[in-house]
Write a protein that binds this ligand. Structure first.
Ligand code: SF4
Length: 276
């Protein structure tokens, strides 16, 4: 690799993202997630319905043309059947011709358990509806003790990895996630990265932690530490595209350039949020 490749003069491209969120309520109560305040745990509180297909369609009609990737995700709702989620993907695919990252092994496992249907069938139907890749949700913490601390109600890490790998068989290649936060132990991160190297991924995403109402101690990472993390990931998985999700605070042009030089292949920038 020559100097110009190693130290590019321009930052890697920003990819405009629209996020479609089915519901902002989730029963799983992961510590780092602001969806985790599940209404039914509060006596007398109602569960709101998921995003309606008509609202999604209306908002997709006027989607910002700079959007190049749709991410469909949600909290976990017991109320809507799998056919609702499949119809949402179909609606999105009708309105948007680019790549659609839809749901994750976490949702697949929930549908599998509730509807007693094989995971491969669920994946094939999402693919048929127009999804092109599986999201990284639930793969943030693959070290089991760490997972037990952050997301004690989730399926275990081994099961998550095995469900994600099924995406390759059905034209829904899986993606993986690396959390960036000051409070994460180095050893946990190293083991997480090691587990990721045991299989292939469509791409990797770095998610920068931010404080949530219940856990204000989740402090954001310093830029230099973030660059070190990006560089470490790239060293371990040089051939897998690596994207940094824009944090909730703005990054300077210099920050984008430094992260590019550290190994980022692009940046996911949220341009639109489509929510219930
Ligand atoms: S499963 Fe996903 S949406 Fe639900 S609380 Fe955990 S991170 Fe949030």
């Amino acid at each position: 690799m020559n100097i110009a490749e190693r130290y590019p003069a321009q930052a890697a491209p920003k990819v405009g993202v629209a996020k479609i969120t089915t519901t902002r309520q989730c029963w799983m109560q992961c510590r780092f997630c602001d969806f985790s305040q599940f209404a039914p745990l509060v006596f007398g509180a109602d569960i709101d319905p998921c995003l309606s297909l008509s609202k999604a369609e209306t908002q997709l009609k006027r989607l910002n043309p700079a959007v190049k990737l749709l991410k469909i995700r949600g909290g976990l709702s017991f109320r809507e059947p799998f056919s609702y989620f499949r119809a949402l993907v179909k609606t999105a695919a009708k309105m948007f011709s680019g790549p659609i990252q839809a749901f994750s092994p976490i949702e697949l496992y929930q549908w599998h358990r509730i509807e007693q249907r094989p995971i491969r069938d669920l994946l094939a139907e999402l693919r048929w509806a127009g999804a092109t890749q599986l999201g990284p949700g639930g793969g943030e913490s693959l070290v089991q003790p760490w997972r037990d601390r952050l997301s004690p109600n989730r399926l275990d890490a081994e099961a998550w990895l095995s469900l994600a790998s099924l995406g390759w068989e059905t034209g829904m290649p899986p993606s993986a996630m690396i959390l960036a936060g000051r409070w994460l132990a180095k050893e946990d991160l190293a083991q997480h990265l090691h587990l990721l190297t045991t299989q292939s991924w469509h791409h990797l995403e770095v998610k920068i932690m931010r404080p949530v109402t219940l856990h204000p101690e989740l402090e954001p990472i310093h830029l230099i530490a973030l660059c070190r993390l990006v560089s470490e990931i790239k060293e371990k998985m040089p051939d897998t595209p690596l994207y940094v999700n824009d944090p909730s605070y703005p990054l300077t042009d210099d920050a984008y350039l430094l992260l590019t030089r550290a190994g980022a292949d692009g940046f996911y920038t949220t341009l639109e949020d489509i929510e219930p």
